[in-house]
Write a protein that binds this ligand. Structure first.
Ligand code: OOG
Ligand code: NI
Length: 267
């Protein structure tokens, strides 16, 4: 079982690096400051609340590997819903899965998204590679822009589909850093741009979680009518604080997550 879960994360990581060159560079930069491998706090995946591909369909892949459902989160303005999953092996990343509440969106968006999802083969959803299978459809640059005007999340999904939206460095386990500000400064010194929506640091010791992230890389996508560069994926950094019982907090913070979603906004 352990090989399977590690293979899944290796595949997700390689697929993510394919379109996120900055993550490869940052992984090298932070990795060079210590002996051991960097540990991931969590990864995140996106989908639509359509039966065929809903959050639970993505979650099933992790439940089968021993993950357990933990918290749930609502994002009213962005029309998103999310849950997070944890494994008893604490070196394995937590998993944050969100879905767009398509039924709360415009009729035009619903038509476009239903058409995209209808092109996914039913069997593809349960296949081992589904979580890094990308798009199962091709939209035009106009359709992408139309989605973008209503929901940045829907537009991102139309271009990138099923893949890790981000990996997250667990700052607590870094040897040479013990606070998020120093990590952010090292990244900025190396020329990377951080998501500053709501401030570069989201959260606080009081809510037991601080997070920051890069702004997604710009990467070329082949749309049905040609190539266009758009935001791909980003890298996140998280530091957790102990609860009253002394154990580190393992949940997410909705107000911070709301801003982290904006890491795929255009620069
Ligand atoms: C997920 C954003 C939320 C976090 O750590 O709070 C998140 C996304 O952008 O898909 O990752
Ligand atoms: Ni995250």
């Amino acid at each position: 079982m352990h090989t399977d879960v590690n293979t899944l994360f290796d595949n997700l990581w390689q697929n993510y690096l394919n379109v996120t060159p900055s993550a490869d560079k940052i992984h090298d930069l932070l990795g060079s400051t210590q002996k051991d491998d960097i540990i991931n706090d969590h990864i995140a995946l996106r989908t639509f609340n359509i039966e065929k591909v809903g959050l639970e369909k993505l979650a099933a892949h992790f439940l089968a590997l021993g993950y357990k459902e933990c918290g749930e989160y609502h994002f009213e303005a962005k029309k998103l819903y999310a849950k997070h999953y944890e494994h008893s092996d604490l070196t394995l990343p937590k998993v944050f899965i969100s879905e767009l509440l398509v039924d709360k969106c415009s009729a035009e968006l619903q038509t476009i998204v239903n058409d995209m999802v209808s092109q996914i083969d039913e069997d593809a959803v349960t296949a081992d590679n589904f979580l890094y299978s990308g798009t199962h459809w091709q939209v035009s640059t106009d359709t992408y822009k139309q989605l973008l005007a209503e929901s940045e999340y829907a537009a991102w999904m139309s271009a990138w589909g099923y893949r890790a939206n981000h990996f997250t460095v667990n700052i607590n386990t870094l040897d040479k850093f013990d606070n998020i500000e120093d990590v952010n400064q090292a990244l900025k010194d190396a020329g990377f741009t951080l998501n500053s929506s709501g401030g570069e640091v989201k959260g606080s010791p009081e809510v037991l979680l601080e997070q920051s992230s890069t702004l997604a890389d710009e990467y070329s996508v082949s749309f049905s009518d040609g190539e266009m560069s758009i935001p791909s994926c980003f890298y996140e950094f998280a530091i957790r604080y102990p609860k009253a019982d002394g154990e580190l907090y393992t949940g997410f913070v909705a107000a911070s997550a709301d801003k982290i979603f904006e890491s795929t906004n255009a620069r």
